[in-house]
Design a protein around this ligand. Sequence first.
Ligand code: GAL
Length: 644
Amino acid sequence: METEGYYFYRFGEPETLTPTKFAPPRKVQPAEGAPAKFPANACGFTLLKRGCRVQIPIGPEEEIYGFGLQLKGFACRGQKKALRPNADPVANSGDSHAPVPFLVSTGGYGIFIDTARYAEISCGVQRNDAAVAKQADQGVMTDVNELYRIREAVGVSDLILDIPAAKGIDLYVFEGQTITDIVAQYNLFSGGGCLPPYWGLGILYRCNAGWSAGDILQFAKGLREDAIPCDTIGLEPGWHTRSYSCSFVWSPERFPDPEGFLREMQREHFHVNLWEHAFTHPESPIHDALRPYSGDYLVWGGLVPDFSLREAREIFGGHHKQLIAQGVSGFKLDECDGSDYTGSWSFPNSTLFPSGLEGDQMHSLFGTLYMQTLMEALGAQGTLSEVRNAGALAASYPFVLYSDLYAHSDFIRGLCTAGFSGLLWAPEVRDAASKEDLIRRVQSVIFSPQAIINAWYCGQAPWVDWDAKAEIQRLFQLRMQLLPYLYTAFYRYATEGVAPVRAVVSDYTYDREVRGIDDAYLFGDAMLVAPLLAGQKERKVYLPAGEWYDFWTKEKVAAGWHTVATENIPVYVKSGTMLPLAKPVPFVGDETVFALRFECYGPAGGCRLADDIEERLLEVSFECGKVNWPGDSKRYHCEEVEFF
Ligand code: GAL
């Protein structure tokens, strides 16, 4: 990494209620000297009636990525991104479950814009000046292709940060060699990436919303009998006495003995995760206490807690502590994104909150403040939970984003984009249009940060409908094999800020071929994954410079473009990799020891293994058929080594 640290720029008089005010402690310091790549001296600032704007010149070759989870768009040059939290981002407009005012440029820098307003960023607009006028003098355009080409104007243009309401803005700039380096700085600035507990990386199965304790126990025991791995069972709205809005109280009809239910789930080695949203029903025991610390509009008849206030956090979190004490290990924080496209539910942008936050600011911060509240309640207990909105500086929260959208290709794009902004994304599987669709979707789930089957409206497990139990069992076992590798990638996220799943352009920033690749991604440091969709007989895969191996056939594959047809999910491993594959276990317990089979690719190389029990990092290497293993640890036992 080139620079460690951040550069700070203040324009005008910024607002006080911004993401940095609510952020965890930074893990990077201000950088020394002046930035090498960010054109600090060429930036312009203008105060407008509608807010303010910053102009940053960008070069003709620069491409821009980021802005949080983006399901509909990838490379942003020439586009305008409106950073509005939305539950159903229908187009490539910037709307997102989790928009983040952070962008990264192939010019070697990233900019965090410290605002909770709905900023709009135009990524490459031409200024009205003489040089541009000359360039634009191309005669009359009548041909459609020519017309579009001219719109993607070449030459220097501006990146425009358009921030409503504010009279000024703070920018934090990070520099690095690759996008991965730059984003790592941003992630460290956010407090470092999250490190979930080992079990959090296993399979999470969310049950039908109407199932009772008895139904769930029967299903869970069935998974164990069928040797289908699963670590966490998720309960959907039916566990509450009221949902939409929520009571946060167990339904006596469906869950007459919650402690007994949770004990039995624990006996079967399942963690339990509870669905909820924050909007608090009048019958909830916390409703009256929470009322003074809530916004002045309701959602679904429920209060909207002002989670920026200590009082609201204590009331809300205090109640959740009781659920955690009963044995709950995590939560699914639903509906915290709001909507402009699906019925406009959620609170208006002009809602007033007692902290002084206005509705739009609260929308931008809501998921993040909600996660903080739950993290405080969880205390030392680890989790890998879910959330449907996150925003700026959220890398350290062990929550993964999900969506009600369902296009498989959008879900894969989410795996590519989330990692640009310190977010994690789960391409969950619900029902499927065919057996092929189910299997193709589950393949992507296995190679993602959190492996979720969200069967909340399914009468039975989705694989039963398609007679696909054996295939799904094999895929879940593959996930369990990958856990030591994935856990170690998360360890790197926490300590170095490097996202565990990221776009190919993130590492290979200067390879022009990869700039538009939004259908393949890097899974950890050593694997490139290129999922196939149902109906796709073959696909094109690009392998960047270096030597690669096909994960399935172990054949060497050259860099460059290939056409691939396989029933497996195409996965490639970098030469020099020592892949630690665990013998699959049905769940990860505190004392699980992973029996490892190392796959060694190429003549020499190595890997690291993070041991959560001993809290240390094992360094392993191989050369010319010989392995340097530091000795078994409490988590890892070396059983076998293979060379390819
Ligand atoms: C949706 C959520 C789904 C499911 C459902 C239950 O908002 O995205 O995953 O939890 O609510 O009502």
